[in-house]
Design a protein around this ligand. Structure first.
Ligand SMILES: Nc1ncnc2c1ncn2[C@@H]1O[C@H](COP(=O)(O)OP(=O)(O)OP(=O)(O)O)[C@@H](O)[C@H]1O
Length: 811
């Protein structure tokens, strides 16, 4: 128990120091210190004051000032020594004064220090000094006291050294513990330092972040300022807009007026065109008549010419004959002269013979025989002469007749020549009139083309014609169909033949059906004939012959009449056969103006985004066709059959062949539904040999696949895939038209095969018409609404003025 208490005694003042922070020791020390302090105070209170006085040694002045007796004045260390010493010297302190041992007995150091108030150093440095004459006993006493003090101090120091050794051990241990703790602490500190550096780096990051945030805040602030400024500007702009809006409304009103003027102008132009057409027809008729006359006159002329030639020939012959007759006559004359000479000679001879006969008679009647002979000769000669005279007379008559004939044929030839000259003059006049008529027809044609184009442009380059098919007999007869009409058409007002209203039954019971109004360039009612429909688009077909790129689409749900409109049937041919007929007829008509046309046709279908050649006679379906366009906008489809066509019958055969090949599948909506887009492409190259003008047009006629919504078609599997491909390409077509109309930088032609194929024919230099085919009954009202909405979007588009592909020779 004592040991433990002693071990807690603090180190003496001259030993080593405590490590800072050794708290347990410090706490014990304080406790003991206060306990010791309590004992000291008790002892002081109990010790008699005089005794303390007397036992204090008498030091000289060199000993230094005497220290106060309070233990705490020497600091903690002295206090501890006192405490330890007093603990051991306990019994001697606890005795009453009269029982104290004599001073010379062993007194502990603590007691000595308490008594004398000296410190250890003071005792060690103490030197015994005596005043002169001091008694030896006093000196001895002083020495004894000093020795005692020294001894007490020595003991005390020994005890203290031992304790110090022990304490040193303990301190060593605690030092080791401490160094362990220090290590731990250092580790912890290192960890903490790591943590701190982490924290510092984190702090740096956070500071950076903070700085960034501050920057962001600053930029946001600036943005806010900018936005405020923008807001102000926007407000300003809004005001401007409002003002402009008012101006626009005003200009809109003006435009509307202008528009109605334009419409007036348009109708005037149309009237002009009609008048021009009438004139052209009249001119054509006049030309035909003139041509007939010319042909007749040319016939007359050539027959007269032939006759004249014949007559000339005859006259020539007659001349020859006359000349021959003249020659004969002169020969005859010569003969007559000869005969005359002969006769005269014969007469002379006869006279001579007579004379001779007379002489002979006279001579005696000699030579009777000779006389008879001579008489006979004379008679023969006279007969000959008579004959020759007759001959001469008849030849004279013939000559006179020939002369008369020649005079007549000369007169006839003159008449004919006069007639010929007249006919020539007439032919020349007619030829001049014909050239004039041809020139006027050519000018009329140019004017027609110009006006035609103006009208086409005024009508817009994308036109939408809605065609409503009649209710089929099957629909009317079958009660499972809702064959009530869902479409109404205005009977009066501006929208006659242009507007329609679709009434869509509500999907939820009890709700009223909804009405939607639409207006298009033209609406064909159910009874409209194929010819009426074609009449409305024939001008567009004509444009292809004039050198434009033209696309005519048929869009609509399955069974709405697309194929009927585009192809029709034998009795009611549709747009494609009629267009072919018109192109051929007009091509032939233009041949009179020296135009020569080359036409080529191809037919393909796009099925599931693959191209199939509909005119190929091969059965290989796996062939892949690539589409490419050159810089002139000429499209090529690799390995596609191209057929030269020179008569409409060829087209009929091609169409029949193509229809057999076209992909047909069944959906819940139509058992014979075409599941592909069919594209008929006709290229027309024209050349005017007189003017050397060249034109190059393309006519694309497209029967699109059914547009019904995938869900409605009830399709699954392959049919579902087909329906999805169809929907994608139809919506791509819509997107392309919108992008062109909105003048977007990028037009997504490549989003589908169809739009990529038709790219050059869908841009600014092309004319597009879309037939919007709709079924009339309530059963299809929802699909009709979708088709009408699509058409309305397309109809709202306006495309640049088209460019004609015409090459005019230089000079
Ligand atoms: N205007 C019309 N007059 C008379 N009959 C019509 C008319 N339009 C369509 N039809 C008839 O309606 C039926 C369906 O028409 P059509 O085959 O042309 O539809 P479709 O839209 O081409 O369908 P699909 O997408 O399946 O090819 C046909 O029997 C057709 O003869």
């Amino acid at each position: 128990m004592d040991d433990r208490r002693e071990s807690r005694i603090p180190r003496p003042g001259f030993g080593g120091g405590f490590a800072a922070g050794a708290k347990p020791l410090e706490t014990s020390r304080n406790a003991n210190t206060s306990a010791a302090g309590g004992l000291d105070r008790k002892r002081k209170a109990e010790a008699p004051a005089d005794m303390t006085e007397t036992k204090r040694p008498n030091f000289s002045a060199s000993q230094g000032p005497a220290r106060p007796t309070r233990s705490n004045t020497t600091g903690g260390r002295s206090t501890s020594l006192q405490q330890g010493a007093s603990a051991r010297a306990g019994p001697s302190h606890g005795q009453p004064a009269n029982q104290l041992p004599p001073v010379m007995e062993e007194e502990g150091w603590d007691a000595i220090r308490d008594r004398t108030g000296q410190s250890e150093e003071q005792v060690l440095d103490k030197v015994a000094t005596f005043s002169k004459g001091a008694k030896p006993e006093r000196k001895v006493e002083a020495y004894i006291s000093l020795v005692k003090e020294m001894r007490a101090l020595a003991k005390h120091l020994k005890v203290a050294r031992d304790r110090l050794a022990e304490e040193s051990e303990q301190w060593k241990k605690s030092s080791e513990e401490l160094s362990e703790k220090v290590e731990e602490t250092q580790q912890k500190m290192a960890e903490l330092a790591g943590l701190l550096s982490n924290l510092e780096s984190r702090k740096d990051e956070l500071e950076k972040l903070l700085a960034e945030k501050e920057q962001t805040v600053a930029s946001l602030h600036m943005d806010l300022q900018g936005l405020k400024a923008d807001l102000q500007r926007a407000t300003q702009q809004l005001e401007d807009c409002n003002r402009k809006n008012a101006e626009l409304e005003e200009s809109c009103r003006t435009n509307m007026q202008y528009n109605s003027q334009l419409q007036g102008y348009n109708s005037q132009l149309q009237a002009q065109v009609e008048a021009e057409k009438v004139k052209r027809d009249e001119l054509q008729r006049a030309k035909d008549e003139l041509q007939g006359q010319v042909a007749r006159l040319t016939g007359d002329f050539s027959s007269t010419k032939n006759q004249l030639a014949l007559e000339r020939e005859q006259v020539g012959k007659m001349r020859e004959e006359r000349e021959a007759a003249v020659r004969d006559l002169s020969t005859l004359r010569l003969d007559i002269d000869n005969m005359r000479v002969e006769r005269e000679r014969a007469l002379a001879e006869a006279a001579k013979a007579k004379e001779d006969l007379e002489k002979l008679r006279a001579v005696g009647g000699r030579s009777l025989e000779t006389l008879e002979t001579l008489t006979n000769e004379k008679a023969t000669m006279e007969a000959q002469m008579t004959l020759q005279q007759k001959l001469i007379t008849s030849m004279r008559e013939e000559l006179a007749g020939a002369k008369q004939g020649q005079a007549m044929s000369d007169a006839q030839a003159e008449t004919r020549a006069a007639q010929n000259a007249e006919l020539k003059a007439q032919v020349e006049n007619l030829q001049t009139a014909l050239a004039d008529a041809e020139r006027r027809i050519y000018e009329g044609e140019l004017m027609r083309r110009k006006l035609h184009n103006i009208i086409q442009d005024l009508k817009g380059n994308i036109r939408v014609y809605c065609r409503v098919r009649p209710v089929s007999s099957a629909e009317a007869a079958d009660s499972s169909h809702d064959s009530e009409m869902s479409l109404d058409f205005p009977a009066t007002g501006d929208l006659v033949e242009r507007g329609l209203t679709v009434t869509v039954p509500s999907s939820s019971a009890g709700q009223a059906p909804q009405k939607h109004n639409f207006a298009f360039d033209r609406v064909f009612l159910p009874g409209t004939t194929q010819q009426n429909v074609f009449d409305e688009i024939s001008e567009l077909v004509q444009s292809a012959l004039d050198g434009h790129k033209v696309c005519i689409f048929a869009y609509g749900q399955t069974g709405s009449g697309k194929t009927f409109t585009m192809l029709g049937n034998r009795e009611q041919p549709g747009v494609i056969p009629r267009a072919m007929k018109q192109i051929f007829e007009n091509g032939q008509r233009l041949a009179a103006q020296d135009w020569h046309f080359n036409m080529q046709a191809s037919m393909l279908e796009i099925y599931n985004e693959d191209i199939r050649d509909l005119l190929s006679r091969k059965k290989d379906e796996s062939k892949k066709h690539q589409v490419s366009h050159d810089s002139n906008g000429v499209t090529t489809v690799s390995e596609l059959t191209v057929v030269d066509i020179n008569r409409p019958e060829t087209v009929e055969q091609l169409l029949a062949q193509a229809m057999e090949k076209r992909s047909v599948g069944c959906t819940a909506l139509n058992e014979q539904s075409s599941r592909s887009h069919m594209v008929f492409i006709m290229r027309i190259e024209g050349h005017n040999k007189t003017t050397d003008v060249k034109v190059s047009g393309v006519l694309n006629l497209i029967d699109l696949a059914g547009s019904e919504r995938v869900k409605e078609s009830g399709a699954t599997g392959l049919r579902l895939k087909e329906a999805q491909a169809i929907n994608k390409s139809l919506s791509s077509l819509g997107d392309v038209i919108m992008a062109i109309a909105n003048k977007q930088d990028h037009v997504p032609f490549r989003n589908s095969k169809l739009t990529y194929l038709l790219q050059p024919c869908l841009g600014g230099d092309a004319k597009t018409l879309m037939f919007l085919n709709v079924a009339p009954t309530r059963e299809f009202a929802h699909e009709s609404l979708c088709s009408l909405r699509f058409g309305a979007k397309v109809n709202a588009c306006e495309i640049n003025a088209p460019k004609k592909n015409v090459v005019v020779p230089r000079g």
